[in-house]
Design a protein around this ligand. Structure first.
Ligand SMILES: Cc1cc2nc3c(=O)[nH]c(=O)nc-3n(C[C@H](O)[C@H](O)[C@H](O)COP(=O)(O)OP(=O)(O)OC[C@H]3O[C@@H](n4cnc5c(N)ncnc54)[C@H](O)[C@@H]3O)c2cc1C
Length: 356
């Protein structure tokens, strides 16, 4: 089947859904393609697994229940400057396309699913993962970035009977954060009983985890590998490979325009921007790009993107957490931490997308 659209948006995560909804408000006709049929608030998935009853299926909603523009479920396998080809052979031609295909964890489907492309399948995947966790007595979380730290804290809070080990190859947890953030997070994790092991390179050998540095062994019921984030950009390789960095991120200028093209833009995790790879940066990027495309259509001036200041707000269990914010540095303000812990920002994100 062949479809045509004015503006094609590939990927309906935070960046893609935001730009789609904003353009539609200005009467720019959009078609959003995603390989799954639902939008998911990623920051709620970890607690969804650690405490299913608390979160249930609230982070997810069908695109068809809120998108104002057209939606196609499909996996883009090849892109040119005028046409997207889907895995099933269908094609979509466009005047302009926005690439917002984000990133994935190849071995950590709980965080962002690599196989559950229907809402029902994803609800089931999370529930099954939650039930499996409830049966465990020991868990290893590999990777002590923000995601690994949050997961370890959430499991320890909701399952005090599970022995949680958080391991990282670096000398410290949260290596890209300030020393104070690392210290506060360490204190809070330890208070929940999390065993932190740094300078560890655990690798699986016949069902046991062996530290490559020392040969020490760890036997656990379950392991979560929260490392190895990959850009979702394979569809660029056949015709637009020059626009990719070595690690597969899409090269863009300060207006998000894809290098060497006139009809393509890229935002969010998949774009090679200086901003941290966060929903908190993907959403403003979506708004900025929409404003520029609207301004361009109206013959008005467009604005260059300036990288956003570094930030982070990491829940540690359901009552605590640590934030690193511009001007104030590391803080543990209760109201700020509670704002996130209340519903993992589901209400905030949904409101921004016009979801009631
Ligand atoms: C567990 C976890 C917790 C997090 N917590 C926070 C947090 O608290 N705060 C924060 O700001 N950030 C957080 N992040 C980071 C945040 O989720 C990402 O930065 C954000 O998802 C990026 O948004 P995006 O729109 O660029 O891409 P994504 O959210 O990755 O969305 C990309 C979309 O593209 C689709 N897609 C991919 N390839 C194709 C294709 N070939 N064809 C069609 N569709 C495709 C995918 O199905 C997906 O829907 C967290 C991430 C994880 C994993």
């Amino acid at each position: 089947m062949h479809t045509t659209t004015h503006t094609l948006i590939i990927g309906g995560g935070f960046a893609g859904a935001t730009v789609a909804q904003t353009l539609e408000k200005s009467n720019i006709a959009t078609t959003l393609i995603d390989r799954k049929d639902y939008f998911e608030v990623t920051m709620a998935t970890l607690r969804n697994v650690a405490d299913f009853e608390k979160v249930q299926n609230s982070p997810r909603i069908h695109y068809s229940d809120f998108l104002t523009g057209a939606f196609i479920q499909g996996n883009v396998s090849e892109l040119t400057e005028t046409t997207a080809v889907l895995e099933n052979g269908d094609t979509v031609s466009f005047e302009q396309a926005i690439i917002a295909t984000g990133s994935s964890y190849p071995s950590f489907s709980v965080a962002k699913s690599n196989q559950a492309f229907s809402l029902e399948a994803r609800n089931e995947e999370i529930k099954t993962a939650s039930q499996a966790l409830a049966k465990a007595t020991s868990v290893l979380v590999i990777g002590a970035g923000a995601v690994g730290v949050e997961l370890a804290g959430d499991i320890a809070y909701s399952h005090p009977n599970i022995k949680v080990t958080l391991a990282d190859a670096a000398e410290t947890i949260l290596a890209s954060y300030s020393a104070k953030t690392q210290r506060k997070a360490t204190e809070q994790l330890k208070a929940l009983g999390v065993n932190i092991e740094t300078n560890r390179l655990y690798q699986e050998q016949d069902g046991v985890y062996v530290d490559k540095n020392t040969g020490d062994q760890l036997n656990v019921d379950m392991t979560y590998v929260a490392i190895g984030v990959k850009a979702n950009s394979d569809f660029m390789k056949p015709k637009l490979n020059d626009a990719l960095t070595e690690r597969g991120f899409i090269k863009v200028d300060d207006h998000f325009q894809v290098q060497g093209t006139t009809s393509l833009w890229a935002i969010g995790d998949v774009a090679d921007l200086k901003d941290l790879k966060l929903a908190a940066t993907a959403i403003p990027q979506g708004n900025e790009l929409a404003a520029n495309l609207i301004a361009k259509q109206q013959g008005k001036k467009t604005k260059a993107h300036k990288p956003m200041a570094e930030m982070g707000l990491i829940p540690i269990g359901q009552k605590n957490g640590v934030a690193q914010i511009p001007l104030f540095g590391t803080v543990t303000w209760k109201r700020l931490i509670d704002f996130k812990n209340k519903d993992l920002l589901i209400g905030y994100v949904f409101k921004g997308l016009g979801i009631k």
